[in-house]
Design a protein around this ligand. Structure first.
Ligand SMILES: Cc1cc2nc3c(=O)[nH]c(=O)nc-3n(C[C@H](O)[C@H](O)[C@H](O)COP(=O)(O)OP(=O)(O)OC[C@H]3O[C@@H](n4cnc5c(N)ncnc54)[C@H](O)[C@@H]3O)c2cc1C
Length: 565
């Protein structure tokens, strides 16, 4: 019978596809019900993280002699690397994509959105072009460390990529530009409007619009893969081929790649290589080395695909190039979108939340929500919290969400909040606890009832006085927890991915430690340090950089080859 590995990202694809309804989310992971599963294998073919397998399946491997191939461009990694491959092939290059996993997609397939600040869609609607302003703001925000030239590549590169994506006929059906109310602070979204993904291509029946297959990343993967036969492009994709070593000539220029597949080795000679092997979110060794605070034995949910083990770093180290730990970043958010229905995730983000630790003590001003490190759930004991609300308060919050025009596209999931609360109370490891009194709630949470009762009484007193003596929360968010039923909703930290390793310049060429260019080598997306600084969120969303760098590296590689003729 099929089983689900811990690398499951909780994206819901298998649950929604299973014809036998044999896959259920039973906190904190999906599980397959042996009584219902008919071993049809559909879930295994769909899982974007290759986490579903049949332990009884015997794979026969017939060893092969070393295979030697030739092409213009080798792209290592089939996430946003597919963009490099398709664009390069459109420019006339013969391309080979090496993908370590059994299918393409990488973290890209799990990602929700990228954000061009300006595009043809903006232009058509007469929206102001604020890209130069964005570069200035982001440069300032990043203390000049990223460099204006690389920021320019990210911002203009994303626009160019998106304009190119608009040439694929489906794109105008899945994207629209929406006014934003002129947001001009550095962050993933900037400017008077945002491109909004309006139509999921997968998973459309889910009540949970959390990040996962179906959004922009999946759309990119699908569009790129379809373009190969449609446009008769010279792109060969070799699955289960792990790029292992870079081949260099006597001048140090990269001239090929050696890849391992389950049956042997393939040596590819080429004019340039794009490293798009993703981050190192699934390498315990690298996390320990480059993010010293990361304790791999702790209960941290990680969402990277299992194949993202920072292989580009290994390949560069063989060439004597070390990554700069100050330009690497590990994301710790909390709570995850995934282990919760989206509506409960949004609930925990509400500033009226009363958040307690596993002992039942309040531990922070809850105003910032638990997201994005503003409140550092990662720094807290066992990285787990319970977040307390009353039924009355929950009803009010969801009523507000349901009537908020800016949340129109999420409305559907807020209609079902009560079902989701009830469902989560019944997980084998419940993610939500319900009780009539605070003492009863404490017992269910295995806390000392006296401690939790005191916490809630103190909090209610602060609400009454409109003065949070303990953490100084803004009085407007001080809402008492007076009347049951009470709910406690669990939140745990999670790590989305780990970014960085290769230093690149504005042309996306990979640099040695002395700043010189390694000829013939380009770096893309999470494998690069372009947008990252230790302990700081990127000023531009990761996928935005990944699509921009993937697109630009193809153009730059083609230009370089043309110039060398
Ligand atoms: C759950 C989740 C949600 C996210 N949501 C967002 C979001 O909404 N917005 C956003 O901006 N960012 C988001 N991100 C981050 C975003 O997904 C990444 O920044 C982006 O996808 C990186 O693209 P990439 O091509 O660099 O890496 P990936 O898409 O991970 O691709 C790397 C590929 O390389 C392959 N590979 C690895 N090693 C080798 C090797 N040695 N040889 C050959 N192939 C190899 C891998 O199998 C993989 O297919 C999210 C990430 C996760 C995990």
């Amino acid at each position: 019978m099929y089983q689900i590995k811990p690398s499951c990202s909780g994206c819901h694809t298998c649950e929604l596809a299973c014809p036998m309804q044999a896959i259920n989310y039973d906190g904190p992971r999906y599980q397959i019900d042996p009584d219902k599963c008919v071993s049809c294998g559909l879930c295994e073919t769909l899982c974007p993280t290759c986490s579903i397998y049949d332990p009884e399946e015997k794979k026969t491997v017939t060893p092969h002699e070393k295979i030697v191939k030739e092409c213009d461009l080798v792209v290592c990694g089939g996430g946003t690397g597919l963009i490099s491959a398709i664009k390069a092939a459109q420019l006339g290059l013969k391309v080979i994509v090496l993908e370590k996993a059994t299918r393409c997609g990488g973290n890209t397939d799990l990602a929700h959105g990228f954000f061009p600040i300006y595009s043809k869609l903006h232009e058509e609607q007469g929206i102001e072009d604020v890209r130069e302003e964005a570069i200035d703001v982001m440069d300032e925000r990043s203390g000049g460390i990223l460099g204006k030239d690389v920021l320019r590549t990210a911002i203009y590169g994303c626009s160019d990529f998106f304009d190119w994506l608009l040439e694929f006929p489906e794109t105008r059906k899945v994207y629209a530009v929406e006014p934003l109310g002129d947001k001009r602070e550095a962050g993933p979204i900037f400017g008077p409007a945002v491109t909004h993904f309006i139509h999921r291509i997968d998973n459309t029946h889910s009540l949970d619009p959390s990040i996962g297959p179906g959004w922009a990343g999946s759309y990119i993967k699908k569009t790129m893969l379809e373009a190969i036969p449609q446009q008769k492009l010279d792109v060969e994709i070799l699955l289960e081929h792990e790029a292992k070593h870079l081949i260099t000539d006597e001048s140090g220029a990269v001239t090929g790649v050696i890849a391992k597949d389950p049956s042997g080795e393939t040596e590819i000679h080429c004019k340039a290589v794009v490293l798009a092997t993703g981050g190192y979110g699934m390498s315990d060794e690298k996390l320990e080395e480059y993010a010293g605070f990361f304790d791999v034995d702790r209960p941290v949910t990680r969402f990277s695909v299992p194949s993202d083990t920072g292989d580009a770093i290994d390949m560069l180290q063989e060439l004597g190039v070390e990554p700069n730990p100050d330009r690497m970043f590990v994301s710790f958010f909390g709570p995850a979108h995934h282990p919760y229905s989206y509506s409960l995730y949004r609930l925990i983000e509400e500033p009226t939340n009363l958040s307690v630790d596993l002992d039942g003590r309040r531990w922070q001003d809850e105003t910032g929500g638990l997201f994005t490190g503003r409140i550092n759930i990662a720094g807290h004991r066992r990285e787990c919290t319970w977040n307390i609300f009353t039924q009355e308060e929950i009803d009010q919050i969801f009523h507000k969400f349901q009537n908020d025009p800016s949340l129109e596209d999420e409305k559907e999931c807020y209609m079902h909040y009560q079902e989701q609360l009830d469902a989560e109370c019944h997980f084998k490891v419940p993610a939500t606890m319900k009780a009539g009194t605070i003492r009863e709630l404490a017992q269910k949470l295995q806390m000392d009832p006296d401690v939790l009762e005191k916490t809630v009484n103190d909090y209610n007193h602060f609400c009454l006085e409109q003065d949070d003596e303990e953490f100084h929360k803004d009085p407007k968010f001080l809402v008492p927890k007076k009347k049951g039923p009470y709910y406690a909703i669990y939140a745990q930290r999670f790590s989305e991915a780990a970014f960085g390793g290769l230093m690149v310049n504005a042309e996306c060429q990979v640099l040695r430690n002395d700043g010189s260019v390694i000829p013939g080598l380009y770096g893309v997306g999470d494998a690069t340090s372009a947008m990252h600084r230790k302990g700081e969120l990127a000023v531009i969303s990761e996928l935005t950089w990944a699509v921009a760098s993937a697109y630009r590296s193809a153009i730059n590689a083609a230009k370089e080859m043309e110039a060398a003729k």
